[in-house]
Design a protein around this ligand. Sequence first.
Ligand SMILES: Cc1cc2nc3c(=O)[nH]c(=O)nc-3n(C[C@H](O)[C@H](O)[C@H](O)COP(=O)(O)OP(=O)(O)OC[C@H]3O[C@@H](n4cnc5c(N)ncnc54)[C@H](O)[C@@H]3O)c2cc1C
Length: 351
Amino acid sequence: MLVQENIPLAPLTTFRIGGPSRFFVEAKSREEVEQAVAFARQRDLPLFVLGGGSNLVVSDAGWPGLVIKIGIAGIEQQPGMHDGRVRFDVGAGESWDRFVAHAITAQCAGVECLSGIPGSVGGTPVQNVGAYGQEVSGTIESVEVFDRRDGRVRELCNEACGFSYRTSIFNTTERDRFIILQVTYALVPDGNPYLEYADLRRHFEGREIHPNLAETREAVRHIRAGKGMLIVPGDPDCQSAGSFFKNPVVSAEKLDDLKKRASAKGLTIPTYPALEQRHKVSAAWLVEHSGFARGYDAGRVGISHKHALAIVNRGGATAANVLALQEEIQQRVETLWGIRLAPEPVFVGEK
Ligand SMILES: Cc1cc2nc3c(=O)[nH]c(=O)nc-3n(C[C@H](O)[C@H](O)[C@H](O)COP(=O)(O)OP(=O)(O)OC[C@H]3O[C@@H](n4cnc5c(N)ncnc54)[C@H](O)[C@@H]3O)c2cc1C
């Protein structure tokens, strides 16, 4: 295990923001994860687990302890199948999109709508990654973890992960307890792509032949690129942490209140079944209708030209710049709409 010192974290994130880590280890095996945890414990260092760095805002002061970057690779298809599904054991350090491409080449359905999401496989259970109607909770069979409480490796079944919209036990009740080592996904061989979302349906409108998995993957990546939600080298609109705010889930009364506030301004809150079902409100709409249009400029940070929900680093931005814009948006949305937006990315280090 190689322990490095004062390693800049900004290049390891999609936002490209943040200071260095005092100590840094890339753990390529379960044993190296164990050794790194022991190193931090012996020196009483705070520990942060880094995946692909695509959902982070790292403090300008960096991280005062040890960062373990999970580098465990490997995609293994289990032999045979049961319940009509094929299982894949995937190392937490694998690129998520590489696994999606692999699954599609193997003609397996269940993750095609999650094409093009950056980050690692180990990052996907943490916030129950989702897009275009699919969430990883729909296909995760189990998650192998290192339990920092007792130093044991355990297997958590899907139900034990407590998945919900953008949450799991890993980012709520058991935050900082488990290091994800491997994830097992159960996919449907020769299954049909999931095409329930309006953007995808529109993309294929007028086609007579049902799109296959590979075409669906390409469509999702194409739509994402148009929104700055695909990492495209050279595109300044994807120097971000993706959607910066979660879609708020509100009570029936709150939704009613929101509709009244909108109608008083001659506006209509966008509702479509996926949002309505869970009383979810579009955070992008709230941001846009609070004076923060796409392309909004706040100096070194701003809002993506392609998506109202992405705060972007326009070059040389600091975490302090991001937090200032975050606060400005939260306050304006709260004043106008009575809702406090919750940020989606994880803040690393001292604010
Ligand atoms: C352009 C863009 C588009 C995006 N689109 C989407 C989208 O459509 N849907 C969506 O849900 N998300 C989206 N995201 C957010 C992000 O890609 C996902 O949340 C991703 O799963 C984060 O994985 P990561 O490996 O990069 O995690 P990181 O950003 O490195 O870490 C995020 C959190 O997970 C924890 N973590 C990471 N790996 C492990 C591990 N092995 N064990 C324990 N904890 C771990 C970290 O400690 C941290 O708390 C987008 C981001 C960007 C930049």
